[in-house]
Design a protein around this ligand. Structure first.
Ligand code: FES
Length: 152
C-alpha cells in the first residue's frame, strides 16, 4: 500500500512560518505532507503538544523556530531545543524514535524550509507509518485539541 506521510510542523510565527508563507507565495514545489501549527515562539511548545501531535496520527513532528541568537523572546528556541531533546528520548522508549526533529529556519529562508520538509518527508518514508496512525488522515478532533492548547 502506498504511504503518504503526514507531518505536523509546530513553528514559530516570526521565522519559520514567514519562510513557509514565502515558499507558498513563490510557488516553490514541496511535498504536501506538512500541516503547520503556528506558535508565537517555539519556547511555548510543551512536550504535551508534541505527544498530542503523535496522538493525532502524525507520522512525524517538526519543531522549527528562529536561528540561534535570533529568537524574539531571547531564549525560547533554546528552551524548545531542550524539550525536543527530552521528548526524543521519551519517543525512543515508546517506539517512536526518529520521528521528531528540530529545525531552524530564518524568515527570509524559504528554500531552507522547502529543503527541511523534503528531508523530513524522505526520512519518514523510510521509517514508514507511525504505529499510532489512524487511517489516512490526521484525526481532526485531536488536531483541534492541539490547536486549542496552543491558543490557551
Ligand atoms: Fe522564533 Fe522564539 S521567536 S523561536
Amino acid at each position: 500500500m502506498e504511504f503518504t506521510p503526514k507531518i505536523l510542523a509546530l513553528v514559530c510565527t516570526y521565522c519559520t512560518y514567514t519562510a513557509a508563507d514565502m515558499a507558498g507565495s513563490a510557488r516553490m514545489q514541496y511535498p504536501a505532507t506538512v500541516r503547520i501549527i503556528k506558535y508565537l515562539c517555539t519556547g511555548r511548545i510543551d512536550i504535551i503538544h508534541i505527544l498530542k501531535a503523535f496522538e493525532a496520527g502524525a507520522d512525524a513532528v517538526m519543531v522549527s523556530g528562529c536561528e540561534a541568537g535570533s529568537c524574539h523572546f531571547l531564549e525560547g528556541n533554546l528552551r524548545a531545543r531542550e524539550r525536543v531533546e527530552y521528548a526524543q528520548k521519551l519517543l525512543e522508549e515508546i517506539g517512536l524514535g526518529g520521528r521528531l526533529e528540530m529545525f531552524e529556519v530564518a524568515a527570509s529562508d524559504a528554500p531552507k524550509w522547502v529543503a527541511a520538509v523534503k528531508e523530513k518527508t524522505q526520512r519518514v518514508e523510510t521509517l514508514g507509518p507511525s504505529p499510532l496512525r489512524r487511517g489516512k488522515h490526521l484525526h481532526p478532533d485531536v488536531v483541534e485539541q492541539l490547536e486549542n492548547m496552543v491558543q490557551s
